[in-house]
Unconditional design. Structure first.
Length: 307
């Protein structure tokens, strides 16, 4: 059985969080609007999630981590969504987020875009993004084994439609990307009172800088310079559908990945989100739940890397 540590998150009222985020986003985007709304049906276009909503006992799962990738990949660190759902005390759930794809199934290291309904009425819309070793270019494809490797950062919920945060932001005027702006705004306001958000956002227009991990190296991967030289970066086109989570603080020193989003599309592009590359044209639409808990699963014994 994998070790699990459960941390209670600070869960302020949605209206309070919306006001905090509205103030922070306005410093980074010329248009920023945050409201509390009834969640639309996220199983429909343009989001195409595996269930209708992101409400109902929302919790964040932080499993494994980059210390299972670096300095050498621990290729036997493989997991499955069903077990993760059970360990997070929600065996019937929607699970969305970012991680590493199942290298033992795909045959190569890859990015995971988790989008799965686990348990009753199971639906798996998960995708992986990988590098074609012949062309050096990316490939986005469906991956329905129900497994993944190394790390995962997910929002887990009952998949119900409820009250959620809706964020609209356009025309980036600051240096922070969309995710980092939200993360830093929450951290500045709430300090060590960790607040967790998870769900989905759409880059509606513009382009974004996205990386896709290639296959594992034979030599050690240690420094940021080595990591950036190893990763493959691409400019990808909207619309891009992102899934993932944000945690504003790590007061219990659980080595949390405090922001992690991966994206997919219906035009063959996807991977790990970094930032939009066309700030004047960037437009975002997001739906987030405020999480109740973090479940820290299989925390690495050696904790040297955030990525």
């Amino acid at each position: 059985m994998l070790p699990v540590q459960k941390m209670l998150l600070h869960q302020p009222p949605l209206e309070e969080v919306s006001e905090v985020l509205r103030t922070g986003l306005a410093k980074n985007f010329s248009f920023a609007e945050v409201n509390v709304v009834d969640c639309p049906d996220l199983s429909k276009d343009p989001f195409d999630l595996a269930d209708k909503g992101i409400s109902g006992q929302p919790r964040i799962v932080d499993l494994g981590g980059p210390d299972y990738l670096k300095p050498f990949a621990q290729k036997k660190k493989n997991y499955d969504f069903k077990t993760v759902a059970e360990l997070s005390d929600l065996p019937n759930c929607l699970m969305v987020g970012a991680g590493a794809g199942p290298n033992h199934k795909v045959g190569i290291n890859c990015e995971l875009i988790c989008n799965v309904k686990v348990g009753e009425g199971a639906i798996n819309k998960t995708r992986i993004a990988k590098i074609d070793e012949t062309t050096g270019f990316y490939v986005l494809e469906e991956e329905t084994s129900g497994e993944f490797s190394l790390m995962g950062n997910f929002l887990v919920s009952e998949g119900k439609q409820g009250k959620v945060l809706q964020i609209k932001a356009k025309n980036r005027i600051g240096i922070e990307n969309f995710v980092s702006c939200i993360h830093k705004t929450l951290t500045a306001h709430y300090g060590d009172n960790a607040v967790g958000l998870g769900g989905t956002f759409l880059l509606q227009t513009g382009k974004a800088n996205i990386h896709v991990m290639p296959d594992f190296l034979d030599e050690p991967l240690i420094t940021d310079e080595q990591t950036n030289a190893w990763l493959k970066f691409f400019e990808m086109d909207a619309p891009l559908i992102h899934v993932g989570e944000i945690v504003s603080a790590d007061p219990q020193k659980l080595h949390l990945r405090q922001e992690h989003f991966h994206c997919f599309s219906h035009h063959g592009q996807g991977g790990h989100y970094h930032y939009d590359t066309t700030p004047d044209d960037a437009a975002y639409l997001a739906y987030f739940s405020v999480a109740e808990f973090v479940y820290r699963i299989d925390l690495p014994e050696t904790r040297n890397f955030i990525f």
